[in-house]
Design a protein around this ligand. Structure first.
Ligand code: ADE
Ligand code: ZN
Ligand code: ZN
Length: 272
């Protein structure tokens, strides 16, 4: 049995990561930033719901939604919102039918987490989803679509490897910041100013999605060195991931701060 577990662990470790969300590093960075921004009251509630040390539990919870995606296929559309690049921005009737998109799911999960009449496991699951989805909505290609499933159908070559544009924005741009989530989170946290925190606390989930969408539209698709949907893959410059560090950093910072603020609001006010 122990050998089986060891083999399963090795298999999981070497499995290629799929183009589903910020890769696990992005989600962990966001969770670690958020953990350090929690109020004592919210921190205690997160500890009750997830158990264990709060930062570690939040980092682990941050990738749970991707791990269960295969066995709960109805959750797959909850990870993104396809806002067409040609549009002006998010339109719930058009972009989020049946609440099956990341914006509606964040709103829903926030309500569930703060509802003390609900059972602990129900609130804990909503918390795991929320930690992940606040990250996803800040990945610009999770809040946009160019008739290409958020870049999943745009073939590119980066560092000599064939990938798709979406996967580059889930993974490569984060890895360009560093390989250790705790180190990256600490560096990003030091860059956040009090004025930024004030600004980022003002908007709604819809504003977060629209901001992410605008980045995809104006900074990712508008500057892509080629056209997707052709036979030839787009060759990305060797410094593509590194030169996007400003966008990546600020989106990870915003996600962490906003996640903490949401949790501070729904859990801080809540009493047993
Ligand atoms: N599938 C379809 N659209 C998507 C998007 N924007 N992000 C991730 N997966 C998708
Ligand atoms: Zn996801
Ligand atoms: Zn993704």
């Amino acid at each position: 049995m122990r050998r089986l577990i060891a083999i399963a662990a090795i298999a999981a470790a070497i499995m290629p990561s799929t183009a589903w969300a910020w890769g696990s590093e992005g989600h962990e960075v966001i969770a670690l930033i958020a953990a350090s921004e929690l109020t004592p009251a919210a921190r205690a509630k997160v500890g009750e719901l997830l158990g264990g040390d709060v930062a570690g539990a939040m980092a682990d919870a941050s990738t749970w939604a991707d791990r269960i995606r295969r066995v709960r296929p109805e959750t797959a559309p909850w990870h993104y919102v396809d806002i067409e690049i040609a549009s002006a921005g998010y339109d719930p009737a058009r972009d989020c039918p049946n609440d099956a998109c990341v914006v509606a799911q964040i709103q829903k999960d926030a309500v569930i987490i703060g509802d003390k009449s609900l059972a602990q496991p129900v609130r804990a699951e909503a918390l795991r989803f929320l930690i992940h989805f606040v990250g996803d909505v800040h990945q610009p290609l999770h809040a946009s679509n160019n008739n290409d499933r958020g870049g999943n159908e745009v073939r590119v070559v980066i560092d000599g490897a064939r990938k798709n544009l979406h996967a580059v924005w889930d993974t490569n741009v984060v890895e360009a910041l560093g390989n250790d989530p705790a180190t990256v989170a600490a560096i990003l946290e030091r860059q956040i100013t009090p004025e930024e925190k004030r600004q980022w606390s003002r908007g709604s989930v819809v504003d977060w999605a629209n901001q992410s969408f605008q980045i995809a539209k104006n900074k990712i698709y508008a500057t892509l060195p080629g056209k997707g949907g052709t036979d030839a893959p787009i060759i990305l410059p060797s410094d593509y991931a590194a030169r996007e560090a400003n966008i990546t950093s600020i989106q990870l910072e915003r996600a962490g701060v906003r996640l903490a603020m949401l949790l501070n609001k729904v859990l801080g006010a809540y009493r047993r």
